[in-house]
Design a protein around this ligand. Structure first.
Ligand SMILES: Cc1ncc(COP(=O)(O)O)c(C=O)c1O
Length: 364
C-alpha cells in the first residue's frame, strides 16, 4: 500500500474530497443559502480555492494568521474576497495586520462575542483606524462565546451599535454541542434549537430596526439548517474530509465518504490482542471520541496513544503482521491536519499530488 511513502503519512482521496465540497455546495445552492466554509479543518489554499470555485460566498477563519494564509485562494476572476474571522480579537498589536487584511479583501467581518468583549474590539478598531464589520456571537448550547439568551443578545446588539468603529452586520452561532447529541435525537433537537435562534434573531432585528444576517451551521447541522427558513449562510468545516465525529458519532456522513486517513505501519505485535502502530498522538493528536477512541480501521480501534505509538486493539488485530501498512480514520480530523506539513493526494492506489498545509500552526 503506497510503497513509496514514508509513514505515518496523511492521505487525502481527491475524488471523495471533491464530492464532499460539491455535495455541501449543492445543498446550499438548492436552498439559496450561502456557504462560508471554515478553513480551520484543512488550512490549505488548494482546498479553499476549490471551495470558492464550487461556489462558496467567502471563507471563515479562526485566526488572523489563517486568514492571511488563505489570501491566494481568492486569486482568479470573479471571486468576491470575503473572510469572516470567527474569534474574539482583543489585542491592539493586531491593528496593522487587520488594516493589511482589510486592504486585501472586499469584505472582512470579525466576531464580537460578549459585552465584556465590545470595548476591546472597539479599541482595536480605533487603533486600526477602521470601521469593523461585526458578526455578534449567540451561544446556543456549547457554553463557549456568545450572548446567553435573547435578552442578553439584544443588549449586546445595542451596545455594539453604539460603538463608533463597529458596524453590526449579523449573528453567528457555533453549535458544537451537536457533536454530543445522539443521531436519533438530532432532528428534534435541531428543530427546537432553530426556533429559539430565529426568535433571538427576530428580537435583535426588532430592537435595531433593521434586518441583520444569520450565519449558524457546523458540519453536523449545516445541510439540515440550509433547508430551514431564515438562514443566510452556513459555516461548516469538518465536512470536507470527515472523521469519526462525522460518521460514527453523529451519523451525518458514511465511512465511504471520508476523504482523509492516516497511513500507518504496524511496528510490533508485543502481546496477543495488541498491535503497535508508528502513529501516536503526534499524528492523531490527543483528540478522541467519547468512547476514548483516537482512530478506527477494519481491524480495530486506536484506543491509546503515546507520542509516537498507537495502540490498536480489537477482534481482528491478530490478522496484522509487523511491517504491514494500514489506513486509519481519525477521531477528529482538524487537529490531525494541523500536525502535518503536507498531505498526499491520492486517487485509489495512485499518488497524484502533495499539498502543503499552508496555515499549519497559524494560531496568531
Ligand atoms: C466558530 C466556528 N464556526 C464553524 C466551525 C465549524 O465546525 P465544524 O468543523 O464542526 O463544521 C467551528 C468549529 O470549531 C467554529 O468554532
Amino acid at each position: 500500500m503506497y510503497p513509496t511513502l514514508l509513514t505515518p503519512s496523511i492521505l487525502v482521496d481527491i475524488d471523495r474530497l471533491q464530492a464532499n465540497l460539491d455535495g455541501m455546495q449543492a445543498v446550499c445552492d438548492t436552498n439559496g443559502v450561502q456557504l462560508r466554509p471554515h478553513v480551520k479543518t484543512h488550512k490549505m489554499v488548494e482546498v479553499a480555492r476549490r471551495q470558492l470555485q464550487a461556489g462558496a460566498a467567502g471563507l471563515t477563519c479562526a485566526k488572523i494568521g489563517e486568514a492571511e494564509a488563505m489570501l491566494p485562494a481568492f486569486e482568479g476572476p470573479g471571486r468576491s474576497r470575503e473572510i469572516f474571522i470567527a474569534h474574539s480579537l482583543v489585542d491592539p498589536l493586531q491593528a496593522p495586520r487587520l488594516q493589511q487584511l482589510t486592504a486585501n479583501l472586499d469584505e472582512l467581518r470579525v466576531a464580537c462575542t460578549s459585552e465584556a468583549h465590545v470595548l476591546a474590539l472597539e479599541n482595536l478598531a480605533e487603533a486600526a483606524g477602521l470601521e469593523l464589520q461585526v458578526m455578534m456571537a449567540v451561544d446556543t448550547g456549547l457554553g463557549r462565546e456568545g450572548a446567553r439568551g435573547t435578552e442578553d443578545a439584544v443588549r449586546l446588539a445595542q451596545l455594539i451599535s453604539q460603538q463608533p468603529h463597529l458596524r453590526l452586520r449579523g449573528i453567528y452561532t457555533h453549535e458544537g454541542h451537536f457533536y454530543g447529541v445522539p443521531p436519533t435525537e438530532s432532528d428534534k433537537e435541531l428543530t427546537a434549537w432553530h426556533a429559539r435562534l430565529l426568535a433571538t434573531h427576530a428580537a435583535v432585528c426588532a430592537a435595531l430596526g433593521e434586518k441583520i444576517d444569520l450565519w449558524p451551521g457546523c458540519s453536523v447541522s449545516a445541510k439540515r439548517l440550509a433547508a430551514m427558513p431564515g438562514i443566510d449562510a452556513v459555516r461548516p468545516g469538518a465536512y470536507v474530509f470527515g472523521d469519526m465525529s462525522q460518521t460514527s458519532t453523529t451519523g451525518v456522513m458514511t465511512p465511504e465518504a471520508v476523504a482523509l486517513h492516516v497511513l500507518a505501519t504496524v511496528i510490533d505485535t508485543p502481546e496477543p490482542g495488541l498491535v503497535l502502530l508508528d502513529a501516536g498522538s503526534k499524528t492523531f493528536s490527543s483528540d478522541r471520541t467519547a468512547q476514548n477512541i483516537y482512530g478506527t480501521c477494519q481491524w480495530g480501534d486506536v484506543t491509546r496513544v503515546s507520542e509516537e505509538h498507537g495502540f490498536l486493539t480489537g477482534p481482528r488485530v491478530h490478522e496484522l503482521r509487523v511491517g504491514q501498512r494500514i489506513t486509519v480514520m481519525p477521531a477528529h480530523v482538524c487537529t490531525v491536519v494541523n500536525l502535518t506539513d503536507s498531505v498526499t493526494i491520492v486517487r485509489g492506489d495512485e499518488i497524484i499530488d502533495n499539498w502543503r498545509v499552508d496555515a499549519r500552526g497559524k494560531t496568531q
